[in-house]
Ligand binder design. Structure first.
Ligand code: CTP
Ligand code: CA
Length: 245
């Protein structure tokens, strides 16, 4: 409010947040990684706690202090993150997938360090796809809804599923067009689009556009990662509204 106090509109809600970037091991000394710092996911955790939520933070390789009051689950790889989210999501009112999850992982991890042999020797790294945790969470909820034979309006957790999309645009498509398509494809309740065409990973300030499952505009926000986190959580709280947890 105008006095700086935060509205407790997530009071008692259980919010599951994935943050950071996964690492896929190639051999005992090497991995494939990405530039995600975990700052946005941790800002979401701080903001959700301030609004009264019970927060579980699945952190992949994040060098930041745990927000006081959050329960932190450490993971390294996309597979570990997938397992942790699957174990926690049925107990969460909202799932926020802020982590940058590897799309590809080495088909095989070498037991020993890969050595150079001949003068021009270059190894070929075979990759395979990882599980899409966000899409799997949406599918799993749809299946559990069906099994419950639930009357329309019955809550199946996570009641609100939020994805993130960092896009640069390309092949004649703007980043926003790609984000709208991704929103429709993923079928998360909300997709937070972040334009990274100018390279903003790790930056303090950011600008986002919140889309719904049809790819339509819900809200937009810019400024600190905290400001952006609150804009996202306002949408989460409004979708969780009218229920007792
Ligand atoms: N995500 C996920 N599991 C993956 C990859 C991504 O859960 N294996 C989630 C991210 O946490 C994010 C959302 O999906 O919330 C979108 O990630 P993004 O990388 O933008 O989408 P992708 O479907 O991987 O598409 P792209 O080919 O553009 O990387
Ligand atoms: Ca991806």
């Amino acid at each position: 409010d105008e006095h700086g106090a935060v509205v407790q509109d997530l009071g008692g809600a259980r919010v599951l947040i994935s943050a950071g970037g996964t690492r896929e091991e190639i051999d005992p000394v090497r991995f494939l990684a990405n530039h995600s710092s975990g700052k946005q996911g941790f800002a979401l955790a701080h903001a959700a706690l301030a609004r009264g939520a019970e927060v579980t933070l699945i952190a992949a390789n994040v060098d930041l202090e745990t927000p006081p009051g959050a329960r932190r689950v450490e993971v390294l790889s996309a597979a570990e993150l997938a397992e942790a989210v699957a174990a926690e999501r049925e107990d969460a009112d909202a799932l926020v997938m802020a982590a940058a999850v590897a799309d590809f992982t080495p088909a095989e991890r070498a037991e020993e360090k890969i050595k150079k042999t001949g003068e021009d020797d270059v190894p070929v790294l075979a990759l395979r796809r990882t599980e899409d945790v966000l899409a799997a969470s949406v599918t799993d909820r749809r299946q559990r809804r069906g099994e419950a034979g639930a009357p329309a309006g019955t809550r199946v957790n996570p009641h609100v599923i939020v994805g993130f999309a960092a896009e640069t645009g390309g092949e004649g498509r703007t980043s926003l067009e790609l984000a709208r398509e991704k929103a429709r494809r993923k079928q998360a309740d909300l997709l937070v689009f972040n334009d990274v065409s100018r390279g903003v990973f790790g930056a303090e300030d950011t600008a986002i556009e919140i889309l719904d499952a049809e790819g339509a505009d819900v809200d937009r926000a810019e400024g600190s990662k905290t400001a952006v986190a609150h804009a996202v959580l306002t949408q989460v709280a409004s979708r969780l509204g009218n229920v007792r947890w």
